[in-house]
Ligand binder design. Structure first.
Ligand SMILES: [Zn+2]
Ligand SMILES: [Zn+2]
Length: 124
């Protein structure tokens, strides 16, 4: 149970029609990330900053991002490119392109029930 999840992807497929990205990890685990999730969890400093502000105020954590505001269900990927061997970069349909999604980060973002449960169980 204490084995660290693999952060080596063996297969990545991005499907604009389904608006999701699938990553198959070396340990056999498959993660499916809706674009909405990925856009919302953009790890760049700008989005990080805006999420910090949003959570500091009360109310629902609706994040207003730079550029044209995209509602859930509208986010689309314009381009995806690898960043070295450790990360990928998305260009979103709102022109935001500064997020570098490392595989470590993606793995920790996996929205599947078993990963959620692992994360809820305590610090990694
Ligand atoms: Zn960002
Ligand atoms: Zn998972």
């Amino acid at each position: 149970m204490s084995q660290a999840p693999s952060t080596d992807p063996v297969d990545i497929s991005v499907s604009p029609s389904r608006r999701e990205m699938r990553v198959l990890w070396k340990d056999g685990h498959e993660s499916v990330y809706p674009f909405d999730l990925l856009r919302r969890e953009c790890p760049c400093a700008l989005c990080d900053d805006q999420r910090g502000k949003a959570s500091a105020s009360t109310g629902p954590s609706l994040t207003v991002l730079s550029g044209p505001v995209l509602k859930t269900g509208q986010v689309q990927v314009e381009n995806v490119s690898p960043v070295g061997r450790y990360a990928i970069n998305f260009v979103w349909s709102d022109r935001h392109d500064s997020g570098i999604y490392s595989f470590d980060y993606l793995r920790s973002l996996c929205p599947c029930p078993s990963c959620r449960q692992d994360r809820a169980a305590g610090p990694r």
